[in-house]
Design a protein around this ligand. Structure first.
Ligand SMILES: *Cc1c(COP(=O)(O)O)cnc(C)c1O
Length: 452
């Protein structure tokens, strides 16, 4: 199978190429040139373990990677999870399930994709004998998950920029207490935007990027989307026959990455009835699904910080399908959006999607109510998904993080602080970080010294 760019100005790439470069050279996002119909396989897949299912699914796309390599990468990736089912589906009541996606090393759903991506980079390094230096900017969860994906991998180094003093203490510890020599936690004297801007400029310097074989960590890699399809499929297969045709996945989302993976699976023939997009007070996606108008706004910090996003980068993939796979039209829309921060859509899959938005006050109230009703503790991101559940459907709420990652919000809501052994262990380890000014020169000098 080959992979094409949403913008239509890139030659079809193999799976390995598309994953290695992340963003397509024309600035677009990679997608399979056609989606397989997996509906005939579903009955044979129903009893597979998570890792087996992941192998079967990835093999449909990664046709240039040997099967035993796919198996090895999957096995390694999910061996770091602490729950035997990897993504356990918990029943809260007759209509409500929670899909727990926080049993990976950083206790958030990004581990599903970034463990796999890290192992893939490691394998590519072995194949080519070439090293790779991964560079990213983070406001928290993505950086931690990317670091744990590459921890101790040969021929790789990872440099993560984050704003000093502006990520949570636990998030910082997840990045800076790994003890791994190939991990560089770079605390920038500036904001997240300063870090992001410096990073963009560094990638823009082609000679420098080429010299160190710099690779970006971001949410648009094709492998991330495909890895995320698997837990929707796994959850759907766990349901009783009678439940499967009336399912709504409820997804806390900011940049549309997570929910897009589910929707793609529906297009591959899994009969998922609907998706509900749950935003925090940064409700660009909620407003879009209500009105058809996509309007970029400023970001307000919230209790669910990993969803504090206004530019939903994965939205471009959804748009591409909504415009009937017309790349020329897509390019016009993207140019419009860039120029005006606004676009009105005529045509998109309204039947499949609904949405909700939760303010910080809503989040605190929901954490408390869910706890009182089910004796179940949710984190602030997952809480957004419990806003107005659709009682006519079987709801599967995606739980994107372990509540112990957000102790302050939890104490406010229910008066106790949830704990997790992985986080407790971090508290006694030394923090190893490097303070840098938010200048390209300082960051480049650091990379020059430490790149592999
Ligand atoms: C990243 C993140 C999200 C949002 O993910 P999207 O890719 O924007 O859908 C939600 N919850 C948590 C805990 C996260 O780390």
């Amino acid at each position: 199978m080959k992979f094409i760019s949403t913008r239509g100005q890139t030659e079809p790439h193999t799976f390995t190429q598309a994953v290695a470069i992340g963003l397509a050279p024309d600035g677009g996002l990679f997608l399979p040139e056609r989606l397989p119909d997996i509906s005939p396989r579903l009955s044979a897949w129903r009893n597979l373990s998570y890792a087996e299912l992941c192998n079967e699914f990835l093999a449909l796309f990664a046709t240039d990677v040997p099967l035993d390599v796919i198996e090895q990468l999957t096995r390694r990736s999910y061996a770091t999870f602490t729950h035997p089912e990897i993504a356990p589906l918990k029943k809260l009541d007759d209509r409500t399930y929670v899909l727990e996606l926080f049993h990976g090393p950083t206790l958030a759903f990004k581990d599903f994709a970034l463990q796999l991506l890290g192992n893939f980079y490691g394998w590519q390094g072995e194949q080519t004998g070439r090293s790779i230096n991964v560079l990213g900017a983070t406001s928290g969860d993505t950086g931690a998950a990317a670091i744990h994906g590459l921890l101790g991998k040969p021929r790789t180094a990872i440099f993560i920029l984050y704003p000093e003093g502006r990520v949570s203490p636990l998030q910082e510890r997840q990045m800076a207490c790994t003890g791994a020599a190939n991990v560089h936690a770079l605390a920038i004297d500036g904001s997240f935007d300063d870090a992001q801007n410096a990073l963009k400029n560094i990638f823009g310097e082609r000679d420098f990027a080429a010299k160190h074989r710099l690779s970006a960590v971001n949410s648009i890699n094709l492998l991330r989307v495909l890895a995320q399809c698997v837990y929707y499929l796994y959850a759907w297969l766990r349901l009783a026959e009678s439940e499967r045709l009336n399912v709504e996945f409820v997804v806390p989302t900011g940049n549309f990455g997570n929910v897009f993976a589910g929707w793609l699976l529906q297009r591959m023939g899994v009969p998922i009835q609907s998706f509900k997009i749950a935003t925090n007070q940064n409700d660009i996606l909620h407003r879009f699904f209500l009105s058809g108008e996509y309007r970029i706004d400023t970001v307000q910090p919230s209790l669910a910080p990993s969803m504090d996003i206004q530019v939903a980068s994965n939205f471009e993939r959804f748009l591409y399908y909504s415009l009937d796979e017309d790349s020329a039209k897509l390019r016009t829309v993207m140019a419009d959006l860039k120029a005006n921060g606004l676009y009105r859509f005529e045509n998109f899959d309204r039947d499949t999607f609904s949405s909700s938005c939760a303010t910080d006050a809503d989040i605190t109230g929901i954490i408390r109510r869910v706890y009182e009703r089910y004796q179940y503790v949710v984190d602030p991101h997952t809480a957004c998904a419990f806003q107005e559940l659709n009682r006519d459907r079987i709801s599967i709420v995606l739980s994107t993080a372990h509540p112990a990652k957000f102790p302050a919000a939890l104490v406010d809501a229910i008066g106790t602080e949830p704990t997790h052994p992985a986080l407790d262990a971090l508290k006694s380890r030394p923090i190893v970080k490097h303070l840098l000014p938010a200048t390209e020169a300082a960051i480049k000098a650091y990379i020059d010294q430490h790149a592999v």
